[in-house]
Design a protein around this ligand. Structure first.
Ligand code: NAD
Length: 275
């Protein structure tokens, strides 16, 4: 079953579900990427800091798929922010991936204390205008960071990739994205596996003959979010993409909405993160 496409604010189309590859060793990445492509994945989410851009590029090159049929995201790491440094870091990522064009490039974290994200964004705009990247976006940007980008450059990010799972649902962040016309992409969409034992999810899953992981991913799909679950395991990869043959009811969506928690955050707070 094919994965639906979401149209971003610049007209670029992104598959709504992709494979996250954080913590995937570079030497294992080619085999895992080929397996993912064989199982229907057409969207891969990597980053310079993951250290596996070479392996991701190799997997795509060694597959029997055309490069144009696969959507690849990479991200600029924090220590490369700044206009000139961003352009150099982008070239390095492209050399590693072995691509002429990237589909989506993200500023990985805003790092507000460094106050370089606006000049970094200006370099992103140049890369897009030169046709080296199809779409540009950000990750972990809070509403005030997004507004600064728009106010100071006039260019709205296509997408913001943020922590989002049933225990951390990001309602106000999602509302800010909607207001600005920015798509929301979920990182750690399965809560890194920790939320899978939640009784409500297990109950909903058994009703549909699905797993708790599939119920979470389906919930994200029905909310119109883009999601990038990570797995290196063949069976789980297949399980995670098999979420387009059932539908959660409004009551089930509400049951999952009730799992949101003030203590649900797993990762760093972007307001203070400085690493
Ligand atoms: P995730 O929520 O995708 O969980 C992954 C873990 O859940 C796996 O390691 C595995 O142990 C388990 N799992 C996966 N499928 C399962 C299944 N079907 N059944 C049972 N367990 C299963 O966590 P993640 O890797 O942190 O996030 C996904 C992706 O998001 C990353 O690979 C990366 O691409 C991206 N990410 C981005 C940022 C950012 O700052 N932009 C931060 C973290 C992650």
């Amino acid at each position: 079953m094919s994965v639906p496409m979401i149209t971003l604010n610049d007209g670029t189309k992104i598959p709504q579900l992709g494979l996250g590859v954080w913590k995937m060793p570079d030497d294992e990445a080619p085999g895992i990427i080929i397996s993912a492509l064989n199982n229907g994945y057409r969207h891969i989410d990597t980053a310079a800091i993951y250290g596996n851009e070479v392996g991701v590029g190799k997997g795509i090159a060694q597959s029997d798929m055309a490069r144009d049929d696969i959507f690849v995201t990479s991200k600029l790491w924090n220590d490369r922010q700044g206009y000139d440094e961003t352009l150099r870091a982008f070239d390095e990522s492209m050399d590693k991936l072995g691509f002429d064009t990237l589909d989506l490039y993200l500023i990985h974290w805003p790092m507000p204390a460094k106050d370089k994200f606006v000049e970094t964004w200006k370099a992103f705009i140049r890369l897009r205008d030169e046709g080296r990247v199809r779409a540009i976006g950000v990750s972990n940007f809070l509403p005030d960071h997004l507004e600064r980008l728009v106010d100071e450059t006039g260019v709205t990010p296509a997408l913001n990739q943020v922590e989002l799972h049933p225990r951390f649902q990001q309602l106000s962040q999602r509302a800010a994205h909607e207001k600005l016309g920015i798509a929301t992409e979920c990182w750690s969409p399965l809560g890194q596996g920790e939320v899978l034992g939640e009784p409500a999810l297990i109950e909903i899953a058994s009703r549909h003959g699905k797993t708790a992981a599939q119920v979470i991913l389906r919930w994200e799909i029905q909310l119109g979010l883009i999601t990038i679950p990570k797995s290196s395991n063949h069976d789980r990869m297949r399980e995670n993409i098999s979420v387009f043959d059932f539908e959660l009811s409004m009551e089930e969506m509400a049951q999952i909405a009730a799992l949101d928690s003030k203590e649900g955050r797993i990762g760093p707070d972007p307001a203070t993160a400085d690493f």
